[in-house]
Write a protein that binds this ligand. Structure first.
Ligand code: SAM
Ligand code: SF4
Length: 354
């Protein structure tokens, strides 16, 4: 399947990593949840400024703090050695990172050798330029974040007038054979009137669509509760218009799916507030600086960069991963209801990736 993948141009791949363990232990946390999914952020930078994600004057990390592509690759290899079968590259916007396609090509060579799926979440502004290379690397599916189909609204929501490029990106991905799923954050007064059109548009093109409740992550200038639209409200409105049939498939993630009879498409709901989804959590998140956050909604953290750059990285990484499993909380504690948004974590979603 990967015979067309060019040799990775990353220097010194597989420098190390958990070779000390003849039989690497699977990643199982204190609540007996098995971790098979890594979301790896490769940059905190972005070419958009979505109003729910970051402020216009976002302070980005100094580049020297960010892991090199080689380090990201080694880290990912270490997770694969401990039983991770799915890796999602995220950010920030992963496609703004220079030479990121080299990382996809290098990781793509792991497909079929422990790694079962390599994918990414992108805003698609630069997807047209990269879709072919991603497909060649072995990427089969891509999540594209798209909250509106209206150009003026898109410009207001993202503070950048780039909807045409996003549309080109989505078309290029489909042309390259990538299965596209659309993710939309449901935003009160901003796109709520348009959600049925967005869903119908996606379904007409064969794209699954998933709606997400806004989460209180990082200071974004806007007032969170002003943006918050509970998905139980949205679902009730959609059910008045369409026939929604519950689907059993959960894809191991937090989304719950329905089939929309009228469009024939699949619609997901990610509801951190109106329906807790933590029981089956199978994932860990690592930031572009190598900070492992066992929970998107918690402050717990383990420094994998320090482990990676230590004198004995194998041992230090194994210990760091064990620590992450030990401290992974049972459930997130953020809240968004009539009492307000709490606790608003200082960390932006662009740090940990969506
Ligand atoms: N830049 C890429 C993108 O937008 O797809 C990847 C990173 S972005 C942080 C990942 C996802 O997080 C996007 O779907 C975005 O809509 C979502 N997101 C960002 N901030 C959020 C928030 N505060 N609450 C809920 N979702 C958020
Ligand atoms: Fe960038 Fe994605 Fe955040 Fe929008 S949601 S500002 S595209 S990182």
């Amino acid at each position: 399947m990967n015979d067309r993948v060019p040799a990775p141009r990353l220097r010194q791949p597989d420098r190390l990593l958990l070779k000390a363990e003849a039989e690497p232990r699977p990643l199982i946390d204190a609540f007996q949840r098995r971790i098979t999914y890594l979301r790896l952020s490769v940059t905190d930078r972005c070419d958009l400024r979505c109003t729910y994600c970051m402020p216009e004057r976002m302070t980005f990390l100094p580049k020297k703090e960010v892991l090199s592509l080689e380090e990201l690759h080694d880290l990912a290899a270490g997770f694969i050695a401990r039983g991770v079968t799915k890796i999602r590259i995220t950010g920030g916007e992963p496609l703004v990172r220079r030479d990121i396609v080299d990382l996809f090509a290098a990781l793509g060579r792991r497909l079929g050798e422990g790694l079962e799926e390599l994918t990414l979440t992108t805003n698609a502004t630069q997807l047209a330029a990269h879709a072919e290379a991603l497909a060649r690397a072995g990427v089969r599916r891509v999540n594209v974040s798209l909250d509106t189909l209206d150009r003026a609204r898109f410009a207001a929501l993202t503070r950048r007038d780039l909807l045409p490029q996003v549309m080109e990106g989505i078309a290029a991905a489909a042309a390259a054979g990538l299965k596209v799923k659309l993710n939309a954050v449901a935003l009160k007064g901003l796109n709520e009137d348009e959600l049925p059109d967005l869903i119908a548009w996606g379904h007409a093109r064969g794209h699954d669509v998933t709606l997400i409740e806004v989460m209180p992550l990082g200071d974004v200038e806007a007032e969170r509760l002003d943006q918050y639209l509970p998905l139980d409200t949205v679902r009730a409105r959609l059910a008045a218009r369409w026939t929604l049939a519950d689907l059993p498939d959960t894809t191991g993630g937090p989304a719950r799916y329905v089939r929309v009879a009228e469009t024939g498409g699949r619609l997901g709901f990610i509801t951190p507030h109106t329906g807790n989804f933590c029981d089956g959590c199978n994932r860990l998140r690592v930031t572009a600086t190598g900070q492992l956050y066992p929970c998107l909604g918690g402050g717990e953290r383990v420094d994998l960069r320090a482990a990676l750059r230590s004198a004995d990285p194998d041992t230090a990484l194994a210990a760091a991963l064990d620590e992450a499993l030990r401290i992974k909380p049972e459930k997130h504690t953020f809240r968004m209801d009539a009492r307000g948004a709490a606790p608003a974590l200082a960390r932006h979603m662009s740090m940990t990736g969506g």
